[in-house]
Design a protein. Sequence first.
Length: 214
Amino acid sequence: MGQAPATRAPFISLEGGEGSGKSTQIRYLNDSLQALGKPVLTTREPGGAPGAEEIRALLVQGAPGRWDGLTETLLHFAARRDHLVKTVNPARMAGRWVVSDRFADSTMAYQGFGQKLGPEIITRLYDLVVGADGPDLTLVLDLPVEIGLRRAVGRGGVEDRYERMGRDFHERLRQAYLAIAKAAPERCVIVDASGSETAIASQILAIVTDRLLS
Ligand SMILES: Nc1ncnc2c1ncn2[C@@H]1O[C@H](COP(=O)(O)OP(=O)(O)OP(=O)(O)O)[C@@H](O)[C@H]1O
Ligand SMILES: [Mg+2]
């Protein structure tokens, strides 16, 4: 029949520990892509769709130990499924670039390694829930733990459940992100997040241009 070929607009995720600059850099990237005439949808995880945002509250607020690792992982993947089905996939099919503040690498880093659930369960759930609908490009913002936590405290608010997990947790997280990125170089690029906001933004734009616009 006369259906157009199913081309999807690119999907980019930003990853990294607490206070590494993800939300800040998403704003810069959004502006740069818009300036290039690309329609963009910025979104976030956990959340990014009405149902997923309700699940978000269960995850980012309250006592650090309120869930066992598997329950927490299932909540993240339930939210992710809703986010993909309701927000990410429809936007891409409509030709909008999607830029997400966190995606599944956060679950691998936080639950798989931070909370020590291990990588196998996360990989199985990823295959089931995300399959081929994951990001084309992932920017991993890397920063020493103490600098990130100091920055995150400045951000304030009630969404501090993960911030309040121990120092060891955040060190495992940082190492996990670096390992995830090194194991998937076709998708991931590690970005040194210790520079100025604008210097990091131009690095990110150069990577996006190289990987997705050339
Ligand atoms: N390159 C930078 N240098 C110094 N401060 C920065 C830089 N980038 C962001 N900040 C500041 O650090 C704080 C955390 O940044 P941001 O909210 O972007 O991080 P995040 O990765 O989204 O954090 P979270 O994981 O807590 O959501 C903010 O107050 C922000 O203004
Ligand atoms: Mg943020």
